[in-house]
Design a protein around this ligand. Sequence first.
Ligand code: ZN
Length: 352
Amino acid sequence: MMAQRYEEGMTVGSSPLHMRFICSYAMMQSFVMESIDKVGFMDKPLPKPGPNDAIVKTTHALICTSDTHTVHGALGERHGLVLGHEAVGIVSEVGSEVKFFHPGDRIVGAGMLANVKDGVLAEYFHVNDADANMALIPLNVPSEKAVYCADMLSTGLAAAENADIPMGGIVAVFSEGVVGLMAIAGARLCGAGSIICVDSTTQRLALARHYGADVIVDLMKEDPVKRVLEITEGVGVDSAIETVGSDIILSNTATVTRHGGTISRVGHHAHTDHMHDLRLTCGVGIAEKTIKTAFCSNGKLRMERMLRLIENGRIDPAPMTTHIFSFDRIDTAFKMMDDKSDHILKPLIVFA
Ligand code: ZN
């Protein structure tokens, strides 16, 4: 989208005699955090690539629950910050030093979670160090599926990889949403012999079964710690995965993990000293349990592996797309994601 603007330093109210138009100033529509608790559309200048960077025309994006956390102030005040970090698109421009990508390539971008620079919920987005942070999408992988590699697959599968699941071992996944579902799918791929899913929402429970959960523990109906310990005859699971970001649930994962087992954590814990809680739960030394953490691990090589899983039918993220919106209705999608209304799991945003 091209727009006119007045030359820098001139004001709109200046005499017409002193006005000069610069006619090639490219603008794009973007969806931004205007301030804490406030979002909206904003026209912003098209980003420019540095020597190692790329500019991508967005075709599909997902809204993440963490975007709503950002808007509620998780990272402090922001004004005019373009939201979003999960997108695919077509490369429109590359810097002089970019070797592996060219204009016209269909790519997925690594989840750009810093939120200190503009994100991907705009007509175009900027990728730092493009050769390391983008992956070419195979021809037979639809963009609607590839977009899940930016964060949901990378984070969910990292949760399973970090859980050090012994072949045939028992895993408990404390799940709340799409990352939990991908952790279940990842646990199955990692060779879990039995997967226990602890969750609360009927729709997610059905999907949990779809992705590989063998036993469902509905935490609205039963005490999850008691139930998991019953299932494992008091021994506990080999590995427990926490994707929720709740200190109580982290403590629960520690309690249900056997001595010497592994707790994998990808939930966001920013508020308390949970190590203190774990010492209370498990004793000094935390019963030689290992705790591993991850946060949106990705990059070119890892996303290529995620895409291979989709390409060969080992994971299909499509059932997690519960709603589809055009970009001009993204404000509605964002509000629904914030309220979690209409059983929304993941809204796919399609750009013109
Ligand atoms: Zn995300």
